[in-house]
Design a protein around this ligand. Structure first.
Ligand code: PLP
Length: 416
């Protein structure tokens, strides 16, 4: 561990080397080299406590939730509901306004199909932004096709931030919903969602925020953001895959019809008609990913131990170091220079294809992502088919950044 990893700022009261040791996967080698995992925006690594929570559920408590009165059934239900409570505290929302679901993709589809589809009409408009993940574009396109609504796009300035004047100029009376990401998965841009949601609300526009890339990096106060819907995904915040949640204002949950029908989401079923369960259970048909949510509860506990403020400070140190070192690499272009950024760096090196760079870096043990990052419209904006993306987390180190930059220098020469 370098001197910088035991360094001197706020985040340094935490022993980050010990934190890193909680992640068993980070000790492995890839192609004979120590793994440097810089793909946390894609999915985060899991600490021992999350792995153990999932393991313990299957070894000692496995039963279905909300169905059986036997001891195991009660244990499973209690643990599942405890995860909802923890997540509610983590986001600062009421847990009975949290719909547990498979992740952001499901959560945003739930908003699109259950809230928007019955409401939008020809002449209505939906506002999205240039930096959205496909999960926050395609559901709206499907709804627009079925309702006759149109989609308007908020564009970016030269730093890769939202052009707020242009965004606000789009918020005209026909706009019924604005759906935007809190943090860009490609540029790391942190959008001022609180201000944006306030402006939308003043105009009577409903807001949905994709928090996939915010929840792993920042202390969140969803209630203070003032949005109508907020979506998160568990696997990016140290939790298991197939877990996530949609927070929605109570009045929306009460008014929205169920999205998927089946068991768990009903009070009574007759062939003449069904009485649905109360929210949030009305939106949770079928057997959920019980072990996954128990793991997500453990992830929330885990993140709360250093605390999100320390995690953010740690990641900002790593981001500053990585940005400085990368800017010394000849021919390297970083996409997005937002004033408020999470630890995500998209880049290209002159004369090298993104996939070639990522493939050669993998041989050096460095895992980064290359491609369009499920953000085609953003790639179109920059006029490139793909970028490389290094995304860092608090469990990374300054030494890893240095090793990554050295490896990049090596593969750049090979490709040049
Ligand atoms: N939105 C953003 C900004 C993302 O980065 C991702 C995942 O990459 C998603 C949505 C999709 O989330 P999920 O994996 O839960 O489907």
């Amino acid at each position: 561990m370098s001197r910088m990893d035991a360094s001197s700022t706020a985040a340094s009261t935490i022993d980050w080397a010990r934190v890193r040791a909680d992640f068993p996967l980070l000790t492995r080698q890839v192609h004979g080299k120590p793994l440097i995992y810089f793909d946390s925006a894609n999915t985060g690594q899991k600490p021992e406590s999350v792995i153990e929570a999932v393991d313990d559920f299957y070894r000692r408590h496995n039963a279905n939730v909300s169905r059986a009165v036997h001891a195991l059934g009660t244990e499973a239900t209690d643990a599942y509901e405890a995860a909802r409570t923890k997540l509610g505290k983590f986001l600062n929302v009421r847990s009975d306004e949290l719909v547990l679901c498979s992740g952001t993709t499901f959560a945003l589809n739930l908003v699109a199909y259950s809230w928007a589809l019955p409401r939008l009409q020809p002449g209505d408009a939906i506002v999205l932004t240039r930096m959205e993940h496909h999960a926050n574009i395609v559901p709206w396109q499907l709804v627009a096709q079925r309702t006759g609504a149109t989609i308007k796009v908020a564009e970016l300035n030269e730093r890769g931030e939202l052009d707020l004047d242009q965004l606000y100029s789009l918020l005209t009376p026909e706009v019924k919903v604005l759906s935007l990401t809190h943090v860009s998965n490609v540029l790391g841009t942190v959008n001022p969602v609180r201000e944006i949601c306030r402006e939308a609300r003043r105009r009577g526009i409903v807001t949905a925020v994709d928090g996939s890339q915010a929840a792993p990096h920042r202390a969140l106060d969803v209630a203070a953001i003032g949005c109508d819907f907020y979506a998160i995904t568990g696997h990016k915040m140290c939790g298991p895959t197939g877990t996530g949640a949609l927070w929605a204002r109570r009045e929306h949950l009460a008014a929205m019809p169920p999205f998927i029908g089946g068991g768990e989401m009903i009070k009574e079923v007759r062939f003449e008609g069904t009485v649905f369960n109360d929210p949030p259970h009305k939106f949770e048909a079928g057997t959920p990913n019980i072990a996954g949510f128990i793991g997500l509860g453990a992830a929330v506990d885990y993140l709360s131990s250093p605390g999100m403020a320390n995690i953010e400070a740690r990641e900002q140190e790593l981001l500053a170091h990585a940005t400085e070192e990368l800017s010394k690499v000849p021919g390297l272009r970083i996409f997005g220079q937002a004033r408020d950024r999470a630890a995500v760096i998209s880049f290209l090196v002159e004369g090298a294809h993104a996939h070639d760079l990522a493939t050669l870096l993998d041989l050096e043990g460095v895992a980064i992502r290359s491609g369009h990052h499920c953000a085609h419209p953003l790639m179109q904006h920059f006029g490139v088919p793909a970028t490389c993306r290094a995304s860092l987390a608090f469990y990374n180190t300054h030494d890893e950044v240095d090793a990554f930059v050295a490896a990049l220098g090596k593969v750049r020469k090979l490709l040049g």
